[in-house]
Structures are given as C-alpha cells and as structure tokens.
Write a protein that binds this ligand. Structure first.
Ligand SMILES: C[S@@+](CC[C@H](N)C(=O)[O-])C[C@H]1O[C@@H](n2cnc3c(N)ncnc32)[C@H](O)[C@@H]1O
Length: 252
C-alpha cells in the first residue's frame, strides 16, 4: 500500500522547491510497530473494509458500503475503539448511518480493522489518509459537495505550544472545507479535553455563522451527546483531571 499521507502528485525539482515549502501537518507520523494481529488485519481485512485513496481521486462514497445510508466521517479515530462502539450501537438500533474512519497512524488502523471483525460490523470503513487532503475541494480532494451527514473530530492533537498552534487542524480554511462536504443540516461534532483548544475551536467556528449554527448557542459548549462513546484519549484526560468540552454545530 502506498502511503497517501506522504505521496505528492508531482514533486518539484530540488532546485525549484522554495526552501520554506514544507507542509504544516496536524500530526507527526509515529510509525510504531504493528502487532501480529494488526499485520494480519492489513492482509486479510483491509481488502474488505479498507479504502484506498490517493489525492486527486474522486471517492464514490455509496459504493464503499453494503447498504446505502447517510455517511458520517470521523477524523483521527486513534485506536478506533469509540468509533467501532458507535457503529455497533448504530447498527443495533436498526438502519441509520454508515461510518468512514480516517486515521494516519498505521497501528490504529490495524486495531480498528480487528474491531470491525470482532464486532462483525458492516457499516464501517477505514481509510488511511490525511483529513486535510481528503477534504480539499476538487480536483485535489476526494469528497463531493454535501456528501456527508456528519463529521466528528474527537480529541484532536491539541498542539499546546504557541509556535505549534498552526498545526491545529481546526482553522478557518479547514472548517470551510468541512462545510463544503456537509449536507445542509449535517453536523460537525468536536470534543477536546484541552481548554485552550476548546476556546480556539469555539472562536474559529462561531466566526463562520453563514456556514454553521452552534446548537448550544453562540459562545457555548454543548452537553455531551449520548451517542459519543468515551475515547482512549478522553479517559487519559479524565485521569489527569481535565474537563471535557463538546462542540456541536449544524451546517446551514
Ligand atoms: C490525540 S489523538 C485522539 C485519537 C482518538 N480520537 C481518541 O480520542 O482516542 C489524535 C489522532 O488524530 C490523528 N490525526 C491527526 N491529524 C490527522 C489528519 N490530518 N488526518 C487524519 N488523522 C489525523 C492522529 O494520528 C491521532 O491518532
């Protein structure tokens, strides 16, 4: 599998490349070892549940799933346990939504593939890609306008140091890209245990009232929706005594 997070469409010659031209990523790719189970998951489960995508390719979302249903996207699912639990709960309730999970960290992707097998999920697909690349408008991005019923972003890397704030994934341009792929009435749900990042998200998204309505009211955080299972990073934050902030917006 080629790595979509590092593939450039056409690399400029070293002489032509400006010295400062380095993508500012919202993640650091820690390779980490795959367990034997995760290795097997890539070999046997990826062909069924994994989605190969390269920048510039359009993605046919309905064709990815067994049952055509509205699709919610989760960005940065980590080890995928909460996403798998959410997809399982949704399937149990009857016809509802399909889920597409995005993560760049290979062991996390392998872990979620194993969860899909363990829970026998048919409404969840997994992609290894940079969310910022996937959500870009055409011709670079992969998603059609208004193609998603929701986008969720749970405990994104907080990048606490001032000099790293530009790496935070929630920025005005990114939120415009998210708005493009959301269907009218679709939701954007974020959660974080890092209070300064919560304040930053609120400020950025509340400043786009033509695109998003804050369901809790301008300047307010939402109650934690019952549909969000606890995540690994959330439990870590709670052990450290952090408060958790939920933000729920509706696409106008
Ligand atoms: C702090 S972890 C939280 C993981 C999980 N949501 C949880 O709560 O346990 C953030 C995750 O986002 C992933 N990530 C960061 N930037 C990303 C991007 N641009 N596209 C896809 N995944 C990204 C990272 O690899 C990391 O696993």
């Amino acid at each position: 599998m080629t790595d979509p997070t590092t593939t450039e469409k056409s690399a400029p010659s070293p002489q032509a490349a400006p010295l400062h031209h380095r993508p500012v990523r919202s993640f650091v790719l820690r390779e980490g070892r795959l367990t034997a189970g995760q290795q097997r998951a890539f070999e046997t489960l990826w062909p069924r549940f994994g989605v190969d995508w390269q920048p510039g390719e359009p993605l046919d979302l309905p064709a990815l799933f067994d049952t055509p249903q509205p699709v919610a996207l989760e960005i940065g699912f980590g080890n995928g346990e909460s996403l798998a639990a959410q997809a399982a709960a949704e399937a149990e309730r009857g016809p509802g939504r399909n889920f597409l999970g995005l993560e760049v960290h290979r062991p996390g992707v392998g872990h979620l593939l194993l969860e899909i097998e363990r829970l026998d999920l048919t409404n969840l697909r997994v992609m290894r890609a940079d969310a910022r690349a996937l959500l870009r408008p055409p011709p670079d991005g992969g998603l059609p306008d208004a193609s998603l019923t929701g986008v969720q972003l749970f405990f994104p890397d907080p990048w606490p140091k001032q000099r790293h704030h530009k790496r935070r994934i929630v920025q005005p341009d990114f939120m415009r890209d998210v708005a493009r792929v959301l269907a009218p009435g679709g939701f954007f749900h974020a959660a974080t245990d890092w209070a300064p990042y919560a304040a930053h998200m609120l400020e950025v998204i509340d400043a786009l009232p033509e695109l998003y309505q804050n369901t809790a009211g301008r300047g307010c955080f939402a109650e934690r929706p019952a549909s969000r299972p606890p995540t690994k990073f959330e439990r870590r934050g709670e052990r450290l005594g952090h408060r958790v902030f939920d933000l729920v917006y509706r696409r106008r």
